[in-house]
Design a protein around this ligand. Structure first.
Ligand code: S3P
Length: 445
């Protein structure tokens, strides 16, 4: 295996076997929440395992611009001291808040801002962010009493403080943890109870962190209720390893024959672990051990993955929210699994960093897979053999770029990924891990 890179291209050669051990970066969803929720706590919060990447650093910069002191404790920014300013202590920022490429920041932060006693906050981001819908938060926040305006349903988005919020019951039209979290955060600052009804269960990192901070959050079947809070008390937040980042190497080690990989400290919150469930259904050999739960209630485990041949499966709408970001990888795995795999109910993929139904279909077709995009997923005809290889254009989408690189490991001719810089949006260490695994291969030969 070899991963060579120039500024505009990453070239990944076919791999022998992937053997060794790795530690993924801190979970992106939990890292965002650690600075957003930590920033509103009473006093300092020690964050460990923080996953520093372009997205989460945009959250750090946003909170700093509103008066939250955040001090990195090490060079890799894996530990932070977040000096919370209290629930209503954010300051009007001088400049518009630049969320860069971070959809989670774009959707969660307005929930906190809407309940501030004063200030006028504008959120904007890159070209991809300006295409991502924010009406899904603007509408319910408006119903709570927030003053929020968007630009044709997208960023730039402006939220004004000083408008009292009232709790509502809101039925999410689309299963979205970002929208749910936004409303729960606004609910902390509202008068009365706020209930979010979910069509399907989505990741519950916000609920777990808020509960650990003393907020009154109650789960009912299909819904969650938050009551107004007087203050959040959190001393520390341990961020689990990112299962979405680990998933690239889980799929690599499953596909490449003779592989045997350990991945340490992975967050296995059931709302995120759908990738393990579906891969196991396809025959993958994934062991979980050393299970524990962090003080903030996030389950963590070490994973052991051995290569195996896969069989096709059906990915049904109910499981989609628990693996929404891993569906490109499931598509890659399914393209190497014997039989026809159908993925349904994933139409929200069209509104991610790219239209992922289209970009996955283009990328996998370009490297020799057989699949058709449908309105809400794909139909994939799997062949249990290496892909041909070729060139992948990620369209600026980090997860498509990394999926292309992993496809290269299980190809005949290698894969070239164009403009790989977008990988830094979520996983700046991705290429180092590829190279380290390459070194492990070289040592054994
Ligand atoms: C996220 C929720 C998901 C996911 C995104 C992170 C979160 O989005 O795709 O990468 O941190 O809450 P939706 O909730 O909009 O599906």
């Amino acid at each position: 295996m070899s991963a060579a890179e120039t500024a505009d291209r990453l070239h990944v050669e076919p791999a022998g076997a992937i053997v060794g051990e790795l530690v993924p970066p801190g979970d992106k969803s939990v890292s965002h929440r650690s600075v957003l929720i930590g920033g509103l706590a009473e006093g300092p919060v020690a964050v460990t395992g923080f996953g520093a990447n372009e997205d989460t650093l945009a959250s750090v910069a946003a909170m700093q611009s509103m008066g939250v002191r955040i001090e990195p404790q090490d060079e890799g920014i894996t530990a932070l001291l977040v000096h919370g300013v209290g629930l209503r202590g954010l300051r009007d920022p001088v400049d518009p808040i630049d969320v860069r490429n971070a959809g989670t920041l774009l959707r969660l932060l307005p929930g906190l801002l809407a309940g501030q006693p004063e200030g006028r906050y504008t959120l904007d981001g890159d070209a991809s962010i300006r295409r991502r819908p924010v009406d899904r938060i603007a509408l319910p926040l408006g119903r709570m009493g927030a003053a929020i305006t968007s630009t044709d349903g997208c960023a730039p988005l402006t939220v004004e403080g000083g408008h009292p919020l009232a709790g509502i019951t809101y039925e999410l039209p689309v299963a979205s943890a970002q929208v749910k979290s936004c409303l729960l955060l606004a609910g902390l600052l509202a008068e009365g109870e706020t209930t979010v009804v979910e069509p399907l269960a989505t990741r519950d990192h916000t609920e777990r962190m808020l509960r650990a901070a003393g907020a009154r959050v109650q789960r009912h079947p299909g819904a969650v209720t938050v009551r107004p809070a007087t203050g959040l008390r959190l001393q520390e937040i341990e961020v689990p390893g990112d299962i979405s980042s680990a998933a690239f190497f889980i799929v690599a080690a499953t596909l490449v024959p003779e592989s045997h990989l350990f991945i340490r400290g992975v967050g296995v919150n059931p709302g995120r672990a759908g990738v393990l469930t579906v891969l196991e259904r396809m025959g993958a050999r994934i062991g979980l051990f050393n299970r524990r739960t962090t003080a903030a209630g996030e389950p963590i485990a070490d994973l052991e993955i051995r290569a195996t041949e896969l069989i096709a499966t059906e990915v049904e709408p109910e499981i989609v929210p628990s693996l929404i970001d891993e569906l490109p990888l499931i598509a890659l795995a399914a393209s190497r699994a014997r039989g026809v795999t159908v993925v349904r109910g994933a139409d929200d993929l069209r509104k991610k960093e790219s239209d992922r139904i289209a970009t996955v279909a283009d990328a996998l077709t370009a490297v020799g897979a057989h699949l058709t995009a449908t309105d809400d997923g794909w139909e994939l005809r799997g062949v249990p053999a290496r892909l041909r290889g070729g060139t992948v254009d990620p369209h600026g989408d980090h997860r498509i770029a990394m999926m292309g690189a992993i496809a290269g490991l299980y190809s005949e001719q290698g894969v070239r990924v164009r403009d790989p810089a977008c990988i830094d949006v979520s996983f700046p260490g991705f290429r180092d891990i590829l190279r380290a695994l390459e070194a492990a291969v070289a040592e054994r030969e």
